[in-house]
Design a protein around this ligand. Structure first.
Ligand SMILES: NC(=O)c1ccc[n+]([C@@H]2O[C@H](COP(=O)([O-])OP(=O)(O)OC[C@H]3O[C@@H](n4cnc5c(N)ncnc54)[C@H](O)[C@@H]3O)[C@@H](O)[C@H]2O)c1
Length: 361
């Protein structure tokens, strides 16, 4: 399957012959492959194939811990030791964390080299490999050092999902559900009924979620017009929770909680009907397991001070009006304060949503 898009020429290629597809398209002398150590272990035949084609292969750790300046430096130095050059094409094989790191490294080394993404988690297939955002974290917040650097191509081999643990499949499904909530009620329902063991139905969901992300990104590739903010629904709270839990709780789970809390905020601020909020809460809780208890909401709030959507030091989020519909037009953002967040938090936590909970703040 091949998609062509105008912006930055990124193509998505569905394949089950990764190494031959890469060799067909790129000179093996130019390719350097950075692969997640876990994938290298799980798929030794891939390493063998790449080595037989004389492609330089660098196994590298993954997980949120690699999205730091320390690992950024390690990867840059390793690549220089391997004598990569300005014309090198970096091929990154792994989940969203390794792709974010490799994309960022590619945008910096020699002031930018080309790169290709091979996502191996559901989340990275539908989200992290698409849209050209690359980033690592600062102690102050998530994804604060980054760049826009679009991969030339994204190669999707759905077979990678056969070894992905169910919890990580669910993480990916959360980003698909998010696409449904902001743009497509049908996709939302498909996600709720998804059979995680059925590759064909997952492929359909992947393609629909990618289409939605592509459409939004192509209107605003460099996040200058505000269109892209829509994709950040659930992420003002989600990113802040990741940092609050010291990145021990996955991106998908934190975003799931972020979706529930931002839906509560949408209800409290008068954008979303109560039954839609309750439906959303129940649906998300079916898809993703709960985060541990949040004991210090002030800290969560403080983390939000570094959210990249903030305007004039005010914390912003993306409210929704109904499943499939944002509440506002571009740039889609509304302001929140601590009092409203606190109210949303208690509404979700205490299950007051089940009985009458008034909107006044
Ligand atoms: N750049 C973007 O636009 C964008 C969008 C969404 C998310 N992200 C980022 O993506 C990251 C989350 O990505 P993720 O959920 O893929 O996490 P991840 O990269 O940490 O992968 C999750 C786990 O799955 C393992 N894994 C990967 N592929 C596997 C496979 N096929 N079989 C078995 N195990 C496998 C990894 O080793 C890791 O332990 C976050 O840092 C988030 O900020 C970026």
């Amino acid at each position: 399957m091949l998609y062509r898009r105008n912006f930055e020429q990124t193509k998505i290629v569905f394949t089950n012959k990764l190494s031959s597809e890469l060799i067909k398209r790129y000179s093996k002398d130019l390719l350097t492959l950075v692969i997640s150590e876990k994938i290298a272990k799980l798929y030794p035949f891939l390493i063998k194939e790449f080595k037989e084609c004389s492609i330089d292969v660098i196994p590298f750790p993954d997980g949120e811990k690699v999205k730091t300046l320390n690992y950024f430096n390690k990867l840059c130095e390793t690549l220089l030791e391997r004598k990569i050059q300005k014309e090198t094409i970096l091929c990154a094989v792994g989940g969203g964390t390794l792709l974010d790191l490799c994309g960022f490294v590619s945008s910096i080394l020699f002031r930018g080299i080309k790169w290709v993404a091979v996502p191996t988690t559901l989340l990275s297939m539908v989200d992290a490999s698409i849209g050209g955002k690359t980033a690592i974290n600062s102690k102050k917040g998530k994804n604060l050092f980054g760049s826009f650097h679009f991969p030339l191509e994204v190669f999707i081999d759905m077979n990678f999902l056969n070894t992905l643990p169910e919890s990580h499949l669910r993480d990916g499904l959360v980003e698909c559900v998010k696409c449904g909530i902001i743009r497509d009620k049908k996709l939302f329902e498909m996600c709720l009924n998804a059979n995680l063991n059925d590759c064909d139905s997952l492929k359909l969901i992947v393609k629909k979620a990618q289409e939605i992300k592509f459409k939004i990104v192509s209107k605003d590739p460099y996040e200058q017009k505000g269109e892209r903010y829509l994709l950040n629904f659930g992420h003002t709270v989600g990113h802040s929770l990741e940092q609050y839990f010291n990145y021990r709780i996955s991106h998908g789970r934190c975003v799931a909680k972020g979706i529930v809390l931002e839906s509560a905020l949408s209800y409290i601020q008068g954008y979303l009907k109560k039954e839609d909020f309750l439906n959303l809460k129940e649906s998300i809780e079916k898809i993703s397991s709960q985060t541990p208890p949040i004991r210090n909401l002030k800290l969560v709030w403080q983390n939000m001070a570094f959210d990249k959507k903030n305007k004039e030091k005010k914390v912003m989020y993306v409210p929704i009006k109904a499943i499939g519909k944002p509440a506002l037009t571009s740039p889609f953002l509304a302001q929140i304060n601590f009092k409203t967040l606190n109210k949303a938090f208690f509404m979700v936590k205490s299950h007051l949503s089940k009985i009458n909970f008034d909107r006044t703040i």
